[in-house]
Structure formats: structure tokens, C-alpha cells
Design a protein around this ligand. Sequence first.
Ligand code: SAM
Ligand code: SF4
Length: 474
Amino acid sequence: MSFEIDQNKLSRSGFDFIDEERLHGLLDLRIEPGQLDEVIAKSLSKQPLSVDETAVLLAADRPEMVEKIFDAARRLKRDVYGKRIVLFAPLYVGNECTNDCRYCAFRRSNREAVRRTLDGEEIRQQVLALERKGHKRLVLVFGEHPRYDAEFIADCVRHVYSTAIGHGEIRRINVNAAPLDHDGYLTVKEAGIGTYQIFQETYHHGTFRRVHPADTRKGNYLWRLDGVSRAMEAECDDVGIGALFGLYDWRFEVLGLVGHALHLQKHYNVGPHTISFPRLRPAQGVELDETHLVGDEDFKRLVAVLRLAVPYTGMILTAREPAEVRRAVLGFGVSQIDAGSRIELGGYTEAGDAQVMEREQFSLGDIRSLDEVMRELLVDGYIPSFCTACYRLGRTGEHFMEFAIPGFIRNFCTPNALTTLMEYLVDYASPETRAAGEEAILRAVQNLPEGERKRQLMDRLRRIAEGDERDLYL
Ligand code: SAM
Ligand code: SF4
């Protein structure tokens, strides 16, 4: 029996807009001389690319062309996001799941998985552990199960926000969970969530059916594809989309993601807040079909192409990737990473440094501490940021896009990144990281133009370093 959807519960843009034949046709594209430069120039002028233009970037596979794409992605990242990298941590709340996704250790047919749902006190303990490390932004992750309905997710969110210790507090909570209906999104929005993330996993219908059995909720392609549209209609105007790379041809998935972003832009006047591009990882009891696994070189290409296609969309790179890969692709356009992550249920207080396969969804590639990752970022010239100002000032969705304009970053994002970095250095950093961070702040402040904004920033940095004031955002 397949999971039926009530057509009345779909969004007003709820139809299957993934035209597979057309996307496959685009993958056979041969590019004319000059076409690549034209598309790159459009992207560097910060205009989103069409699916056809994105296909030009995907067809450009000669080494000198790929280098051009990498250079352009680096430039665009610098121009739009500056050197900031936003940090967050995942918090797995429960791994009960009624779905049977072939690639995931939480699938219902995996009898070896240790099933667990954190209760209020356990969530509190995990959050305290994260706050003691310096985290300010979390993504709460859930399996798909009747227990984890909108009310439950909203309760978890409220629980996390109300847990604080010393200067530690969580200021933004994103959610990665099953698609909800309109009422469900209203409920979680009311609890104060940031981004609601739903990954389509694969935009290819045949593959989607193969890895998601029809008798599961996740087996319904359209219900999932439409998930973030319903969110947008129900006041969750910050949504995240994603594809699980390795299930099907990576170039097809890039076109699917760009098509999805454009669909949202067309119908809701705003694209997704973030795009995620997890690569398939080994997981308990999962035999990976290697046909479409994405190698490191292609992974770099897909990150760079996505960057150029959606200039204003945040791009999330997770600790699924090993440290070296993370370091290599950061410059191509990533804007957010997680660090110090543990994805076992209760992993922040119970697992120590080891990864326990029976308890996690897949194995992580980068399990370094937050402090180590912060230090590497600083040494490599980035400014790690815990800023949450836009969302707290209502600069989200369409309004966020108004702000993503030249000057905004210099006036708001950079100062806010620096004050949150200063908080981290003063409250949580090791002496080495603190030294590297203070040097980075000094350099960044020197580079800012003289004026009122710079004076305000210097005053705030001093108040944080010398006193007890925190959360001083612009
Ligand atoms: N259960 C919800 C769902 O499936 O939408 C919430 C998210 S799930 C816990 C988080 C994401 O992990 C999935 O959307 C999928 O992309 C990813 N994932 C699952 N198995 C994976 C694996 N073996 N390697 C890498 N990522 C995986
Ligand atoms: Fe469940 Fe999500 Fe894993 Fe699928 S990916 S089995 S829905 S936790």
C-alpha cells in the first residue's frame, strides 16, 4: 500500500516541476566557445542562473574550464559572503523511524539500530554540553515517526531555547525533520525555529522510488518536493533544500536543486535560505551501490557550480566530509559548517571521542573539536561567526534578500561576526585559538573604513572583552 496524499494539503505551487527528460537532455549539452564566459559573467554580477545556464557550467569539464569555474566561485564567495564562515552543531533528538530509506541506518528494517528518543532532561544535558563548548546555533534532527509530530518538535525547540548556562545560550535553532502540513509548520514557527530543512535526497524519480519504498511516507516524491513550499506558505520563510549526493548522477541532482530554488523564487519571491549537499557515507547495515558515488574532484565541481548558480543562497558543508575535503571546498562558496559534531543520540555527553555505529545514522568524516576547527579557520584567513542577528531582527525570507546587497555585509555581517567571535574567544577558546582569533579581529577591524560603524564595533568588542556584556549585535 502506498502513502496517499490529500491534494488539498499541498501548497498552491504543489505540482511535480521536475521535468526529467528536459534535465537529462541538458546533461548532453555541448558548449560553444564563449558560452562559459558569458554564464560566469552573469553569475559574477550576482544574478541567479537558470537551469540551462547551470547546465553550461556542468558541461564545462576540460581542466582549464574547471579552473575558471573554481576561480569564479572563489571570487563570488568573497564578494557576497566575505571571509565569514558560520558555525553550528547538529543535535539528534530521536531515531525512531517508520521509513525505510535504503541508505540510512535509522531505517525501520535495521534491527541492529539502538532506538532512542531524548527526553526533556536529556535534551537539556546535551544542550548544556554544547553551550559549554561555545555553540550558539543548532540544527535539531529527527527520524520520521508519529511521535515526532509538530507539537513534539516545537516542545523540543522551546526546551533548547530555555536552556542556558553562564554566557552560554542557543540563539538559533534550525530543524531537519520530515515534511509537515501547513498547520504543523505554523506550530513549529511559533516555537521560534530558524530554517526548516528538507532534503529531496534525489530528484530522479526512478532512483527516489528505488531507495524509498512506496509503503512509507517518504516514498511519496511530491509530498516531499512540496514540503518547503508548504513551509513558506505557513510563515516558515527560511527553508533549506538539499540532495544526498551518491544516489544518482551528481550533475542531474545539481540541476534538480537549481530548479527547486527557482521554483521557490518564482512562486514565493524568495529562494531557499540554504542548500545542503551531503555525500553518501557508510552506515550500519548499508551496502553502498557505488555507481553514482561522487569523487572528491567532482565534489569540488558541484560545490563551485552551485555557488555560481545561486549567488545569495547559503551553502552548508557538514562534518560528513573529512577535514581535508572540508578545507579544500570551503573557499569555493561554503557559508556554513558544523563543528565538534556528534550524531549519536546523547553523543555530546556519552560517547567520548569514539563513534558508535549502532547509535548513529552514518559515520562522520570530521570529528575534530569546535576549538580545533575554529583555529584552522582562523589560520586559513576565515572569520568564524556565530551571528544570529538577521533572524532575530526579522531579516528573513524576502526581507533577508533585501539585505543581501553590497554594503550590508560590511556594515552588519562583518561587525556581527567579529563580536560573536570575540565572545567565543573570551568565554571558550584555548589560548592558541584565542591568540589566532585576536589577531584576526585586529586585522579585520583595521580593514574597515573609518567612521561611526567602526567606532561602534570597537566599543562593542571592548565591552565584551573587558566585561560581562554579550549578544551585542547590529
Ligand atoms: N528523517 C528526516 C528525513 O529523512 O528527512 C530528517 C533528516 S535525516 C535524519 C538527515 C539527512 O541525513 C537525510 O535527509 C539524508 O540526506 C542524510 N543521510 C541519511 N543517510 C545518510 C548517509 N548514509 N550518508 C550521508 N547522509 C545521510
Ligand atoms: Fe528515517 Fe530520515 Fe533515515 Fe529516512 S533518512 S530512514 S526518514 S531518519
